[in-house]
Design a binder for this molecule. Sequence first.
Ligand SMILES: Cc1cc2nc3c(=O)[nH]c(=O)nc-3n(C[C@H](O)[C@H](O)[C@H](O)COP(=O)(O)OP(=O)(O)OC[C@H]3O[C@@H](n4cnc5c(N)ncnc54)[C@H](O)[C@@H]3O)c2cc1C
Length: 579
Amino acid sequence: MSQYQAPLQDMQFNLFDLWQVQQFWLTQPKLAEILDVDTAAAILEEAGKITAETIAPKAAEADIQGVSFANGVVTTPNHYKEIYRLQCEGGWTGLSGDPEYGGMGMPKTLSSLYEEMMCSADIAFSLYAGLTSGACVALLQHGDEETKAFYLPKLYSGEWSGTMCLTEAHAGSDLGIMRTQAIANDDGSYRITGSKIFITAGEHDLTDNIIHLVLAKLPDAPAGSRGISLFLVPKFLPDAQGNSGVRNQAICGSVEHKMGIHGSATCVMNFDGAVGYLIGEPHKGLACMFTMMNYERLAMGSQGLGAAERAYQNALAYAKDRLQGRTQTKDANKADPIIGHADVRRMLLNIKSLNEAGRSFSVYVAHQLDKAKFANDDKAQAIANLLTPVTKAFMTDRGLDACITAQQIFGGHGYIKEWGMEQLVRDVRIAQIYEGTNGIQALDFMLRKVAADQGQALQWLFADLMTGLNDKTNPALIQLSKEYQEATTTLLSRAASEPQLLATIACDYLDLTGYVLYGFMWQHTLNALDTEKHSANYIASKQQTAQFYFERVMPRAYSLLAVLKAPVQVVNEMAVELF
Ligand SMILES: Cc1cc2nc3c(=O)[nH]c(=O)nc-3n(C[C@H](O)[C@H](O)[C@H](O)COP(=O)(O)OP(=O)(O)OC[C@H]3O[C@@H](n4cnc5c(N)ncnc54)[C@H](O)[C@@H]3O)c2cc1C
């Protein structure tokens, strides 16, 4: 069975030494009132205890049991009710929720680390509360006061859960062609009719009520994605006191049988004249839903990192224990631990250098979100928007790579269920697909985030990342960063005469961006090391892992730069029959 310990030391290093978020907390009355370094450390420690001791040890059991479905009722793995209760009692379901409605008001820097731990422990279980948190973000921003006061406290407390109902059988990446209909009732509510597929936590037995956020079209809707509205559709229509009342016609038709995350119920949801309430303006629902999806996309990065962290911990333990081949002993009848082999060390360092940079990146992005939310910092908001697709795609791509590499370190034993490595590979794979595939993320990044403002937010990002650095700090990184920015300018100017260029290179460009940004994460990490605060081993480990990153991982950026320079005709002009 795979083991897990929360990497608390590294988490605290990222928060307090690298990004020094406590200084920002002090400047914000809403945070300063409730949070300081000791409180934050205690919260992380408690989260580490619950995830490592209570949730992680049973993830394999949840995988084997999965969810079951009969007559519209979904049953989750046996122990999920108990761990969900613990999660609610500890206030974890409302960790970064608005205190005005019963949330704990914690910053995203803390909740993103909690999400990482939850995903290390059991991605499937993490989704029930994860989707709820996303629904709360959308309601908080777009709901009217009455809706917020009524629904948010029950969602933050975990008494009720939330979903996100976008996908239809014929409408996945292309939501503009969805068919679900909404017809106005006389009392101001709407009747929702249509079928949604792949709805995470669409039906389950963990909460009294489920609040679906559903995209649908009004009869006078303009065509395409500009004609989509957002509706709140409860499973049970609550009475005025907030008790779950009459059953609404939002019924689960079946659950999917899938590659991984078996403990998560992925449901077909049939809405048959279900009562719903409009959230936000008519026809502006996609923008409202994007609030939720952007939040979820950052959480996706935590899924990639969480799985990769657990994979690394297990691969490292195995590499120290498994005896194969001779690297030290001269006795032909004996063998040494495989961690002595160059190739195994290469694999471990690959994972470690990307995981640790990933954690620094995740906290950096979360910090931008906090600056935007608590200090109305527009530049920070622009940087967070810019980095959302990079966080989602680069961290989940590297997450799967890490889990596969860690599985490889186990040799044949990695392929066997007992060790838990194949579960990590199966579970993390979905993160590249849902919440918008990574291909769609790359298009969003290249077209809507970089090209649309001609690289303005990107310039703000690099100005921010250069804080405390200069041209001599790390010549290899500075040179790469210059070449990256030149390549961006060239791509944007070539795009005027090469219409397919940006869509064709979007994934390579996003990958390149990730490798450059992780270089900055490592440089800032090196700058934050302090002999007064950190042990000699901690410093040596960081320094040597950084060296590995700069010498053996970051140069991948140069092959991507070469790809960006190449013409794209062959990709777009090859006839379909020649494929
Ligand atoms: C386990 C699971 C849980 C899910 N949970 C939810 C949920 O809670 N709520 C919800 O609404 N949905 C959910 N989904 C749906 C998920 O978000 C979609 O599967 C995903 O967005 C992709 O849509 P699709 O499957 O229809 O693929 P398609 O849209 O058919 O895409 C197929 C391929 O074509 C590519 N492609 C499509 N359009 C373009 C384009 N314009 N340019 C370039 N490439 C393109 C895609 O990148 C992909 O590689 C879930 C899915 C799964 C499997």
